[in-house]
Design a protein around this ligand. Structure first.
Ligand SMILES: *Cc1c(COP(=O)(O)O)cnc(C)c1O
Length: 230
């Protein structure tokens, strides 16, 4: 049952907050509903969830059009520049800004629509090949460049840590992302005041919360395993 799984995830977040001396109100649970049908999304909605994450533009737009208006949608998947126009103005936040060129496209579309878009810069914090995200080394420079673009609000950083059996192995990466955020804020760059850290998925969200996550993106633990072949 989705509602029971949500309850469990929330309890785990609360316990992780207690261990870290944080308040659960600092952590937003984003229910990742990609590939899941509207009926399941509505089960989560009826259990009180109003913040959902999606990866694919077409699926996201269809869900926005058919599901209740008070849902906050977060784009968390890799975004192609030619699809930016379909989501600007419709999503609460884009987590997956992984290049200056993508940020420029979002900025152009935002200005055109007279909108301000909240974005996160995606960092490939473990330096994995075949994974999107800018490198830790380039982060300050790219964040600075993006922060000068009109129509954008750089709210923080996002990462997808490696897939590991033991979540403890990812603790250092969550710590690194938090530190990167602290370091960038300390530089007092114009227009940069980042307070969002989007990190932690089904396998590692409790460790991410212990290390300072303010948004966790949880799919499988809420909706069950995904089947991409349907
Ligand atoms: C699919 C996905 C998630 C959720 O993953 P689970 O392991 O199912 O919790 C979170 N973040 C991103 C970027 C994803 O693509």
């Amino acid at each position: 049952m989705v509602s029971e799984q949500i309850k469990t995830v929330k309890e785990n977040i609360k316990a992780a907050c207690e261990r870290a001396g944080r308040s659960p109100s600092e952590v937003t649970l984003i229910a990742v509903s990609k590939t899941k049908p509207n009926e399941l999304v509505m089960e989560a909605y009826n259990a009180g969830i109003r913040t959902f994450g999606e990866n694919y533009v077409q699926e996201l737009v269809e869900k926005i059009e058919t599901l209740p208006d008070d849902i906050e949608w977060h784009m968390i998947g890799h975004l192609q520049r030619n699809k930016v126009k379909y989501i600007v103005g419709k999503v609460a936040m884009i987590h997956s800004v992984d290049s200056l060129r993508l940020a420029e496209e979002i900025s152009r579309e935002a200005v055109k629509k007279n909108f301000t878009v909240d974005i996160l810069v995606e960092v490939n914090v473990a330096g994995e090949e075949n994974k999107f995200g800018i490198t830790v080394e380039n982060c300050v420079e790219i964040v600075t460049q993006i922060s000068r673009l009109p129509g954008l609000n750089v709210r923080g950083l996002m990462t997808s840590a490696p897939y590991v059996e033991n979540a403890e192995e990812n603790r250092k990466y969550f710590r690194d992302l938090k530190q990167l955020c602290v370091d960038i804020n300390a530089k007092n760059i114009d227009n940069i005041n980042m307070d969002v850290l989007s990190m932690g998925m089904t396998n590692d969200y409790t460790v991410a919360v212990e290390e300072g996550a303010t948004m966790v993106r949880v799919g499988t633990a809420i909706f069950g395993a995904r089947n991409y072949n349907k």
